[in-house]
Structures are given as structure tokens and as C-alpha cells.
Write a protein that binds this ligand. Structure first.
Ligand SMILES: Cc1cc2nc3c(=O)[nH]c(=O)nc-3n(C[C@H](O)[C@H](O)[C@H](O)COP(=O)(O)OP(=O)(O)OC[C@H]3O[C@@H](n4cnc5c(N)ncnc54)[C@H](O)[C@@H]3O)c2cc1C
Length: 462
């Protein structure tokens, strides 16, 4: 029987969402082709989560060396060599990239190492001019960093893409942005010994996170010597010899080796041919989809950052998997975006799942009970490090249901993954309370908080 299309599925983009969708669809028996214009693995593997986390590890050794003294260790002079870290990190990324390719090969997915664009609802054209017809097309092109707002000399800055290419460690860096990427890179550079300024137009970092987390992170960063320039914007960047002079909105001019702009990302939909099939994008270029990731054109789906739903790797992977199961596996299901555990790899680390206190109060009014513990971690008692851990549980009073768990401190990302299971199962505060503590740990606080935090009314009220 003649097959109507060259392939059953054409995936544009070999990142987190595209690779998962391609492999699962192929596993369901679909004939799949995937185009990747840069490197297999996509943002997460090549210039996102993975290389970043390796740099986070690197940045935390300085603390360990210092803390060791209180525990009896005497160490020689510690020196950091950027080029060693870069070489080892790049080698690891190249290894992962090869694994992605071999996974696609062994799944019988044909890979085209070139750019693709959509020609019609069932046709894709590769940069080489080859046209491939497909029963379905999956758009998984991700997003890329923006250099906004545009300012004079803005091009002298770099984005998170270029930061991974730096051959030398900057002595001084200006990081612009208040989101998790800016916060993480500020922490990385400061930990590695670069004098770091973090500039953000808002009055606190990490908009959208629980306010206590935001405050705790701001305090911790200030204590760690990061210069927080909050409530300010960058007016211009000028060359100053081999360095860069940054003029801030308060008129201050400071000199840096590098300026990292981490103010936002935009879906990579320009030039993809969407207009030819009648898919309209939103204000930032994201593709609107329904719960099953289907676009306005029935044969075309989109997953991951290009849809701007929750721009995280595990979400892109789940969306890609659900798409493949639904369309090729006879298992119709979609991703619940309601409860997404996530970490910010700042130092100290943040782990969060569910609603922050403010979001809970906006939804449930007075029917919200807060449990909070702020304490000095055990290790800090002997190391002498001036640091605090924060644990917070947000509960709906009438149902006892835990709405959110928020942690700032060591291993917060690891802790929150487990709390995420409990919340996904619909845990109540009573479930937390009847869980036996693991002692001595920091996370035992999550099962031993008995007394609700009372919000003190301002003087003269109530
Ligand atoms: C610095 C940084 C740190 C991050 N840290 C984390 C983290 O700690 N945890 C987390 O969960 N998430 C993190 N993320 C987010 C995560 O990387 C993304 O959410 C995830 O990669 C999205 O996957 P995707 O499949 O949608 O797109 P991507 O992984 O971006 O893949 C898209 C791919 O499509 C390719 N492409 C684009 N256009 C075309 C075309 N026309 N033809 C062919 N190929 C094309 C691109 O080259 C790219 O490889 C981070 C992101 C950044 C930038």
C-alpha cells in the first residue's frame, strides 16, 4: 500500500521536548524524522540546565573549603582555573550530545542536522531544499534569550548563550535581570570569586515566588557580597579600554569586564513559516495550543518553550511524551501544569512547589494557614557561616490540604522533589505531621512544624 506521506511525524527541534516526542512516537511504530539546526540536546543540555548546574557545583567549593576549617581541616591555598572547568564542562556536554544522537538512532528516528521550516500543514522544507511530507508536524523549537530593553551599547552585553563560551573568568560582572537565570548566574560568578553586581528593575528578585523566599534570597545574596542594585535599570554601555562602562538609571557609572543580560527569552518562531499555514503567535511569538498541545492547524502540534506555558525541561519532556502517546500510541492524555515542583540553583538554593502564601491568600482569602521555620543549619554552627535555612508550608485551613511547600537552603531542589510527590498525591498537613522525621536533617522541619505562624496585626489594628 502506498504511504501518503514521507514520514508519520516530522519534529522541528532536537531539544528536551522534540527528542522525547520523536523517540516515544517511534516506539509507537511511527516513522519519524527530526531536524536540529544547532546541537542535539537543545537548550537544556547545550546551554541551559546541565552546563549551568556544573558551574553551580564549581561555584560552591569555595564555601566548602572555608567551612572545612571549623571541622579541623587545614587546606592549602585554593585557586580556581576557569579554563579547566570550561574544558571539562564542554567535554561532558559533548558526551551528552552524542548520547542524544545515539538514542535517536537506536529509536530509528532519522535526524537532519539542519534548519527546517513549515511549507504547508503537511510539508516541511529543510535548509538544503529537501522537502519532506508528514502526517503530523511537531514544533519544538524552544526559545532564545533576548537583549531587551534595547539601550545604547546594548550589543556589548552578552546573553546566557555566550556566557558558556567565555574563555576567561571576568573579574567584575554586571548581571541584569531578576528571574532565575540572572539569579543563578550571579550566584555562580560570585561563588567563583568574580565581583558581581546584580541589577534588577524590581525591588526584589524572583517575581512570582513566595515573598518570604524572595526576602530570604535577597538577604542571603547581600550577605554573600553580591552587590544588589535593585529598583534600577541600565541606561547605556560604553567601551572603556578593554572593559565596559555601565551607566545605571541613577546616574552611577561602573566598570565591568562583562555585562550579562538575562532579562527574558522569546520563542524561536520567526521565519518558521507559521503564517503560511495560518498559525498566529501571541505578543512574544509563542504558539497558542490546547491542552493536548494541538495548534489551530489539526496536523500541527507544539510543545515546550515555544508554547510559553511553563518553560522548564521536565515540562517540555512531559508535553512531548503526552503528544506522542496521544497521537501515535492510542493513549490520550495531557500534562497537568497546575503543580510543578521547581528549583532555583542559587546559593543558597531554592525549592518550591505549589502556591506561595500570597497566591494562596488571593485564592482562598482567610482560609490559609502558614507554618514557617527559619533556622541556622547544623553545619553552620561549627563552620561559623552566617546563613539561614527557611522552610514554609502553606495550608488551606478548611481542608487541611497542603497548597505549597517552599524551601531556601542546602539541597532545597532535592528536598522539594519529594514534597512534590506528597502534594501531587493531595497530602494534608496531618499527613506531613504523621510522617516520622529523619534526624538530624534540615528537612525534618517539614514534618515537625506544629504551630501556625501568626501574622501580627500592625499596631492599632484589631
Ligand atoms: C541558562 C538556562 C538555564 C536553565 N536551567 C533550567 C533548569 O535548571 N531546569 C529546568 O527545568 N529548565 C531550565 N532551563 C529551561 C530549559 O532549558 C527549557 O525549558 C527547555 O530546554 C525547553 O525545551 P524545548 O524542547 O522546548 O526547547 P529547546 O531545548 O530550546 O530545544 C529547541 C531546539 O530546536 C532547535 N531549533 C530551533 N529552531 C529550529 C528550526 N527552525 N529548525 C531546526 N531546529 C531548530 C534549537 O537549536 C534547539 O536545539 C534553563 C534555560 C536556560 C537558558
Amino acid at each position: 500500500m502506498a504511504m501518503a506521506y514521507d514520514v508519520d511525524l516530522f519534529v522541528i527541534g532536537g531539544g528536551s521536548g522534540g527528542v522525547r516526542a520523536a523517540r516515544i512516537a517511534a516506539g509507537h511504530g511511527a516513522r519519524v524524522m527530526l531536524a536540529e539546526e544547532y546541537r542535539l540536546g537543545g537548550t537544556c543540555v547545550i546551554r541551559g540546565c546541565v552546563p549551568k548546574k556544573l558551574m553551580v557545583y564549581a561555584s560552591r567549593f569555595a564555601d566548602e573549603f572555608e567551612d572545612a576549617a571549623g571541622f579541623g581541616w587545614t587546606l592549602g591555598e585554593a585557586r580556581f582555573d576557569w579554563s579547566v572547568l570550561k574544558a571539562n564542562r564542554d567535554a561532558e556536554i559533548a558526551r551528552l550530545e552524542r548520547i542524544y544522537r545515539s538514542l535517536l538512532d537506536s529509536s530509528k528516528v532519522e535526524v537532519a542536522d539542519e534548519r527546517a521550516r513549515i511549507v504547508d500543514a503537511h510539508t516541511v522544507e529543510l535548509a538544503s531544499g529537501r522537502r519532506v511530507s508528514a502526517g503530523h508536524i511537531l514544533i519544538a523549537v524552544g526559545a532564545s534569550p533576548t537583549m531587551e530593553p534595547r539601550i545604547p551599547g546594548g550589543d556589548l552585553g552578552m546573553t546566557s548563550n555566550e556566557v558558556f563560551e567565555l574563555e576567561n573568568q571576568p573579574e567584575r560582572i554586571l548581571v541584569i535581570g531578576g528571574g532565575y537565570i540572572a539569579v543563578e548566574f550571579a550566584g555562580i560568578f560570585a561563588g567563583l570569586g568574580t565581583k558581581t553586581t546584580l541589577l534588577h528593575r524590581g525591588d526584589k528578585l524572583l517575581r512570582g515566588f513566595d515573598e518570604d523566599l524572595r526576602d530570604a534570597l535577597g538577604d542571603a545574596y547581600a550577605k554573600r557580597g553580591i552587590d544588589l542594585a535593585l529598583g534600577l535599570t541600565l541606561s547605556r554601555i560604553d567601551r572603556d579600554g578593554g572593559r565596559l562602562a555601565a551607566t545605571l538609571s541613577d546616574g552611577r557609572v561602573e566598570t565591568f569586564d562583562r555585562v550579562l543580560v538575562a532579562t527574558g527569552r522569546r520563542p524561536l518562531t520567526a521565519g518558521l513559516g507559521l503564517e503560511t499555514v495560518g498559525i498566529a503567535t501571541d505578543g512574544i511569538g509563542a504558539i497558542p495550543v490546547d491542552a493536548y498541545s494541538q495548534t489551530a492547524v489539526p496536523s500541527i502540534y507544539a510543545v515546550g518553550d515555544v508554547t510559553n506555558r511553563a518553560n522548564l525541561t521536565p515540562v517540555a519532556i512531559r508535553e512531548g511524551h503526552a503528544f506522542a502517546d496521544t497521537v501515535f500510541g492510542g493513549k490520550r492524555h495531557c500534562v497537568d501544569h497546575g503543580l510543578i515542583p521547581t528549583a532555583v540553583f542559587s546559593t543558597p538554593e531554592i525549592g518550591t512547589v505549589g502556591m506561595g502564601e500570597e497566591a494562596a491568600r488571593a485564592k482562598h482569602g482567610d482560609d490559609v494557614v502558614i507554618f514557617k521555620a527559619g533556622f541556622r543549619p547544623m553545619k553552620a554552627t561549627i563552620s561559623g557561616r552566617d546563613e539561614r535555612t527557611l522552610m514554609k508550608i502553606v495550608v488551606q485551613g478548611s481542608t487541611d490540604r497542603v497548597l505549597g511547600v517552599h524551601v531556601v537552603g542546602h539541597d532545597a531542589g532535592e528536598i522539594i522533589q519529594m514534597a512534590g510527590i506528597a502534594l501531587t498525591m493531595g497530602a494534608t498537613k496531618a499527613d506531613f505531621d504523621r510522617t516520622i522525621a529523619v534526624h538530624p536533617t534540615a528537612s525534618e522541619e517539614l514534618v515537625t512544624m506544629r504551630t501556625p505562624h501568626v501574622v501580627k496585626a500592625p499596631v492599632g489594628v484589631g
